[in-house]
Ligand binder design. Structure first.
Ligand code: M6R
Length: 617
């Protein structure tokens, strides 16, 4: 949560900060602000609302400064007010600080600082840190030492319990920034005569593709001459490891679409092609993953898999569970990362842990990974964002290569996770009992996915019309069995997060154990009823809804017969292999939620109260 950016270079900082903030705004959008060093003084502009509102008041000030910091906030401590927006200044006016994370011990820190004469203007935890830096600065010998700024930040950080990605300005060092991280992402972009620190590659990609991903516990000191990297704890110099970002700014542009969510839904045929690219064996009977760092022999020893994730990524794990158990016959458990990290789950030595995450920065998932590693288990990560913390801390893994996902509601990252799960089931299955012939058939089915997704997307106008008819309802049920159950959960999550309509996902047969009480003409059901052996049972459940005057939107397979009067609306899916069905069935519910939210005039890409990557507990 919260997007941060800092700039040291030769250009006007404000323009670069505002552009960068617009690109990381999906991380938090309650309020935003910038601070620049203008003629030796700190100038701060901050405002509740979107970055657009900030730009309107900052641009006319025509700041000439070439060093500055900017922040877009997802409130944790203190309400959404101008005063609580970042940057925060130390009460002596010497320091400005932006922060992504939570300072857990800020209350004691604040008490101490008030006793020392510091004053506070906000209710935030962050203001305690900026004043603590000022306190240490005052204690440092003022002998013109260039490291005094860095040392004050470092000393203050040694007292912090919690998480942070910070960037700090100091009036005494006008062309410098000190930035550091612990538990919140921070990336340094090294451009032509300029340096940018940001919480997200998208904030700096328009300036440079050369980046250094900071590790937890590292601090970077940027000056006009360059930068130095060291550890916060021991002041040890760290040799920077340069990486090159593989995507370009155009990949994160809206183009002709109304929203990023819409763009990302329609990008799925290409995104999924990219997830699969180069990952099939030459004989076309299995998958291969370069990044797993485990031999076939190692994988044959595995007798249990544990998947940890949050939100939509967790739903993808539920699908992976079904496919892996079915095709590889390995028992799988799926855990909410937020629960796993605290519940001290017993794992045995042949257990392999997977964490699944689009952003690679979700704190609960990161801590689940650390907990499993602490217990000595190998942890593999399925991650979309290259270079993210989880990607770097995992023992191995699989990049999704779905491209940047900007919409807060995950779409293409979800289906890409489904593909990875399906490919894992194939790979593990072929290491065990799956025959060559079945493997070849499975691979063919996977390769057909982009085409199937295109066919599902072609129904967009039909689904849009349904969305218009149903957008006024305040409650929805999503029901499905077997591999359609996780897709029912995902459909319900998509609808509620972007349209604010209450929706619940259930296994269809569970309906009669409680949710059936909700059925009425006011509470429509989205019912997954693909052709297959369960089909007659699914029709019986639909009958039960119709008997209670419920409206039903049936998602079924082209050609399947639905008795008259059962479906108020019908959406057809192309017939496909079982391993591919969850992917194809996802498309209609993504489109339905998107069109309902758009019909209601919701802020689809930045729904209220949410943020794209949740880096707080
Ligand atoms: O980046 P991650 O995949 O770890 O994010 C996990 C969840 O926060 C995320 O999937 C969330 O549920 C999305 N808003 C769903 O659309």
């Amino acid at each position: 949560m919260c997007g941060i950016i800092g700039y040291v270079g030769k250009q006007r900082a404000v323009n670069i900060l505002l552009e960068g903030l617009k690109r990381v705004e999906y991380r938090g959008y309650d309020s935003s602000g910038i601070a620049v060093l203008e003629k030796g003084q700190l100038a701060v502009v901050k405002k509740t609302g979107r970055v657009e509102a900030l730009a309107k008041i900052a641009a006319p000030r025509k700041f000439r400064a070439t060093t500055g910091i900017g922040h877009t906030r997802w409130a944790t401590h203190g309400g959404v007010t101008d005063a609580n927006a970042h940057p925060h200044l130390s009460s002596d006016g010497k320091f400005a600080l932006i922060h992504n994370g939570v300072i857990e011990n800020y209350v004691g820190m604040k008490r101490f600082l008030i006793e020392k004469g510091f004053t506070f203007q906000s209710e935030t935890d962050t203001e305690a840190l900026v004043n603590l830096i000022a306190y240490h600065f005052q204690k440092e010998p003022a002998n013109g030492d260039r490291s005094r700024f860095l040392e004050s930040v470092r000393k203050a950080l040694l007292h912090v319990e919690g998480t942070y990605g910070i960037a700090v300005l100091c009036t005494d060092f006008p062309s410098e920034i000190v930035a550091a991280r612990k538990g919140s992402p921070l990336i340094l972009g090294v451009g032509d005569g300029e340096h940018i620190v940001a919480s997200d590659v998208s904030a700096l990609i328009s300036r440079t593709q050369n980046v250094v991903y900071l590790n937890d516990g590292e601090v970077v000191h940027i000056t006009e001459k360059g930068f130095s990297l060291s550890t916060i704890q021991d002041q040890e110099e760290v040799a920077p490891k340069f990486d090159r970002v593989s995507w370009k700014i155009e990949d994160a542009e809206l183009g002709a679409f109304a929203h990023f969510m819409e763009k990302e839904i329609f990008e799925q045929p290409v995104a999924l092609e990219n997830t699969m690219r180069g990952r099939f064996s030459d004989d076309g009977s299995t998958a291969k993953f370069g990044g797993l760092n485990l031999t076939a022999g190692d994988l044959r020893q595995i007798d249990r898999l544990v998947f940890c994730a949050c939100g939509t990524a967790w739903h993808s794990c539920l699908v992976a569970e079904q496919l892996i158990e079915r095709y590889a016959r390995i028992p799988v458990e799926v855990e909410y990362a937020s629960e796993f990290r605290y519940r001290n789950a017993p794992l045995d030595k042949n257990t392999l842990v997977f964490v699944v995450t689009q952003s690679g920065e979700t704190l609960d998932t990161l801590e689940a990974l650390r907990e499993a590693k602490r217990k000595g288990y190998k942890v593999m990560a399925v991650v979309n964002v290259v270079g993210s913390t989880i990607a770097r801390e995992a023992d191995g893994g699989i990049y999704q290569h779905a491209g940047p996902e900007v919409g807060v509601a995950s779409t293409k990252a979800f289906t890409s996770q489904l593909i990875v799960g399906a490919m894992l089931a194939l790979y593990l299955g072929r290491l065990r009992d799956m025959s060559y012939t079945d493997g070849v058939e499975y691979v063919k089915a996977l390769k057909h996915i982009p085409e199937l997704i295109k066919q599902a997307l072609a129904q967009a106008p039909h689904i849009k019309a349904i969305a218009k008819r149903y957008a006024h309802h305040r409650d929805f049920l999503f029901l499905g069995r077997q591999s359609m159950f996780p897709i029912a959960l995902e459909g319900a999550l998509k609808l509620k997060e972007i349209s604010y309509i209450h929706a619940e996902g259930y296994p269809a047969a569970e309906m009669k154990h409680g949710p059936i009480a909700l059925i009425s003409p006011e509470c429509p059901t989205v019912f997954f009823a693909p052709a297959g052996e369960m089909y007659p049972k699914l029709l019986s459940s639909i009958q039960e809804i119709k008997a209670r005057n419920g409206k039903v939107i049936v998602i079924t397979t082209t050609g399947s017969e639905i008795p008259d009067g059962l479906a108020d609306e019908r959406i057809d899916l192309p017939a496909c292999h079982d391993a591919v069905l969850p992917l194809v069935a996802t498309i209609p519910v993504q489109l339905l939620s998107y069109y309902i939210a758009a019909e209601l005039g919701r802020d689809v890409d930045k729904p209220r109260n949410l943020a794209k990557s949740v880096t707080v507990e």
